[in-house]
Design a protein around this ligand. Structure first.
Ligand code: SF4
Length: 173
């Protein structure tokens, strides 16, 4: 125990400091919170669908919930079921195996639903283009509201894409 405490003391902080732009991330997340309350009167529920990504985009999406970004404090929640979701975040080129599940997920999401395609692969199939295993880009399988470019896009860009998609909805009240 004493040696462990000594090692922690000698090592010091091993993580990077939060970037100077963390305030910009918070301001986009706050804008999403305000827009969601205006449109839905509650928090935003997002179902993430990996349609065939390399998981690089998932790492960035998962970062939205980590202690640095902590987007749940702004009412941005990842949910397990499309039936509870307002928005789908879809990553990767759509593989042949995921073509039907992606379409069924979209059909199971209640209206008004939004689809945000995350990453270059979602728009163009990226490095996987031409593979025998690929059915196509996300918009070749389901309607897409917003594309977010990048390989992978950073959390701030993902939040900006979410906000852009929300701007396509009209208030229901
Ligand atoms: S856009 Fe890049 S990080 Fe995202 S799934 Fe494609 S190769 Fe991976």
């Amino acid at each position: 125990m004493v040696s462990l405490a000594g090692k922690i003391w000698r090592t010091g902080l091993a993580t990077e400091a939060i970037g100077a732009d963390s305030g910009a991330v918070s301001s986009v997340a706050r804008a999403i919170e305000a827009r969601t309350r205006e449109l839905l009167g509650r928090s935003l529920a997002i179902r993430e669908v990996d349609a065939g990504s390399c998981n690089g985009c998932e790492i960035e999406i998962t970062a939205l919930s980590n202690p640095v970004y902590d987007c749940e404090r702004f009412g941005i929640r990842l949910v397990a079921s499309p039936r509870h979701a307002d928005m789908l975040l879809v990553t990767g080129p759509v593989t042949r195996n995921m073509e039907v599940p992606l379409r069924k997920t979209w059909e199971a999401t209640p209206e008004p639903k939004l689809v945000v395609a995350v990453g270059d692969c979602a728009r163009t199939c990226g490095v996987f283009k031409g593979s025998y295993a690929i059915a196509g880009s996300v918009d070749q399988v389901i309607p897409v509201d917003v594309f977010i470019d990048g390989c992978p896009p950073e959390p701030e860009e993902i939040l900006r894409g979410i906000l852009q998609a929300l701007d396509r909805l009209r208030p229901h009240r």
